[in-house]
Design a protein around this ligand. Sequence first.
Ligand code: G3I
Ligand code: 9MR
Length: 558
Amino acid sequence: LSAKSANPIRLNQVGYLPQEEKYVVIDQINPQNKLIVKNEKGHVVCRPKVVRTAKSSMSGKIRYIVDLSEIKAPGRYTIKLDKYQSSFNISEKAFHNLATSSLKAFYLIRSGIDISRKYAGKYARHCGHPDTTVIVHPSAASAARPSGTIISSPYGWYDAGDYNKYTVNSAYSIGLMLDVYEQNQNYFAKLNTNIPESKNSTPDILDEMMFNLKWLLTMQDPSDGGVYHKLTTPHFENFIMPDKCHQPRYVVAKSVTGTLDFAACMAQAARLLQGSKDYPEFSSKAREAAIKAYEWAKKNPNAFYKQININMNFKPSITTGEYGDFRSNDEIFWAATELYRLTGMSQYKEDAAKMMPSFFMNSSWGMVSELGLFSWISSNDSEMRTKSLNMLKRYCDNIIANVDKSDFQSPFGSRKFDFGWGCLGGSCCFPAIAMLYADKYIDPGKYKKYAIENMDYLLGRNATGYCYVTGFGYLSPMHPHHRISASDGIDAPFPGLLVGGPNPAQQDKVEKNLIYPSNSPDESYLDQTESYASNEIAINWNAALVGISCWLDATTYK
Ligand code: G3I
Ligand code: 9MR
C-alpha cells in the first residue's frame, strides 16, 4: 500500500474519454525529460513534457503538470518515470462501470429486505432492520400517535456507515438523483443495474428512488402532515451485520427541515412518476403527502431539530447523527419550487420567489437551494429560469477561474476550504454536476471539461494518490467506516461507494487515537475503519457520485 501511495504519478485511475483533455500530475519529482508513455504492445506513444508547475498552498509541495491530450486512441497505456509506472485507460465507456456501480451501491445498502445473491453476488446478506415495530419517541408524540405508539416504517436505504435512516439526507439524495435523471432520461431508460425491479418498465434509477420513497412516505404523521426527523436506535450500533442488530428503533421529533425536504422530493417524484404503470398509486399519494407536509412546515417554522434540546426534555436520550440546520429559507425555496412545478399553484411560486437565494453555492444535505435552482433551470418559467442561470454562471465562472493555477489541474482541491467532512460529495462531485448543467444550458462545450477535471481529482489525480471510490482504481479505500463492509467477512468493501475524503478537522483523531499521515488539508485522509470523519460513506455523497458519473457516461456511451 505505501508503495502505491508513494507513486508520484497521479492520474485518473478509472479512465479518460478519448476526445477530452488528459492531464497527469507528477508529485514532487521533476520528471525532466524522463517520462515515457507506451501502448499495450509496448510501443512508445509519446515522451510528454511538463506544461506547468504549481506549488501547493497547503503543503508547499511542487507538482509537475503533464498534458497527454494528444493521445486519443482508445486503449490501455502505461506511463513510466524511472522506477515508477502507472497504467490508464482511454475509452468512450470510461465511466460506465462507475456509473452503474455507484447506483447499484444503493441496492446493496437497502434495509429491510434480503439482499440476494442473484443481484449482489458475494455481498448477499440476510434482511436486517425490518422496522415494522418502530416506537414513537416522546419527542415525536401527537394526539393521534402518543409516545410509545408502534408504527411500521420499513425499507429505505441505510444512511451511511451507520444503520439509521434520516429524512433530511434521504430527501436530499433523492432530489439530487432525480434532477440528474430529469436531464438524462434517454440514458437512464437504458441503464441496467441488475436489481430485482430491472425487469419492469421503469428505469432502474426510479425503481431505486422508489425503494426509499416508499419508506419516506411512512415517516409522515398522517394526522398532521409533520415528518419525523429520523428513524434511529438511541445510540450508534456496533460494527455487526444488519441481521444481528436488535436494539429498539424510534421515530424522533418532527422537524421543519425534514418536513420541507420531504415535501420537495415527494412533489418532484410525484411529477416524474405521473402515469407510472409500475407505481400506479404513487403519484397522487406523494402529491397529497407533499402538500400536507408543506402546510405543517408553514405552521411550525421554528421546529428545528436540536439534539441537546431533545435530550433535555425526553427519554431515552438520542446520540446518533443530528443533521442539525437552523435556517430553513433554502428548504422552503426547494419545497415551494417543486410544489409549484407539480401543481402550478401561484402561492408556491410566491413563496419560492421570496426565498430565492442570490448566489449559487456548493450544496449538500443542509444547503438545498441549489436543487430548487436546478429545477427552475429545467422549467419553462422564463423569469425564474433566467435568474437561476445567471447565478449558476457566476458560480461556475468563479470556480473555474483558478484551474490553471491549481496543483492538480482541477477546480476542486487546491484551496484549504475545499476540504472538510464529506467534501468529495458536496465540494468535488456536486460542482461537477453544476458544471454539466452550465454546459447544457449556458455555453455548450465550455464547462464539461471542468466537470471531468473534478472527476480526475476524485479518481486519483490528487494529493494522496487515492481513487476515492471503493472497488475502482489501483489504490482505493479498503476500510471505509461502513458497518456492513467491516463486518461481512469479505476483504473488499462494497464497490461503488464514495468516501467522505480529506478532512483537516480530524474530529475522530483524539477519540480513536488515529495517526493521520499529514495535517495538510488535502492529505488529511486515513483509510481506516475508525476514521468516521474522513473515511465514512453516505447516501448524499454517493448521490453526487451517481450524478457526475452517470451524466458524464451519458455524454459518450451509446
Ligand atoms: O458549517 C460549518 C462551516 O461554517 C465551517 O467553516 C466548517 C469548518 O469545519 O464546518 C462546517 O460545519 C460542518 C458541518 O458538517 C457542515 O457541513 C462541521 O464541521 C462538520 O462536523 C459537520 O459534519 C457532519 C457530520 O455528520 C457530523 O455532524 C457532516 O456534514 C454530515 O454529513 C455527517 O453526517 C453523518 C450523520 O450525522 C450520521 N450518519 C453518517 C453521516 C455521515 O458521516
Ligand atoms: O459510526 C458513527 C458514524 O456513522 C457517524 O457519522 C459519526 C458522526 O456522527 O459517528 C460515528 O460514531 C462514532 C461516535 O460519533 C463517537 N464514538 C465512536 C463512534 C464510531 O465508532
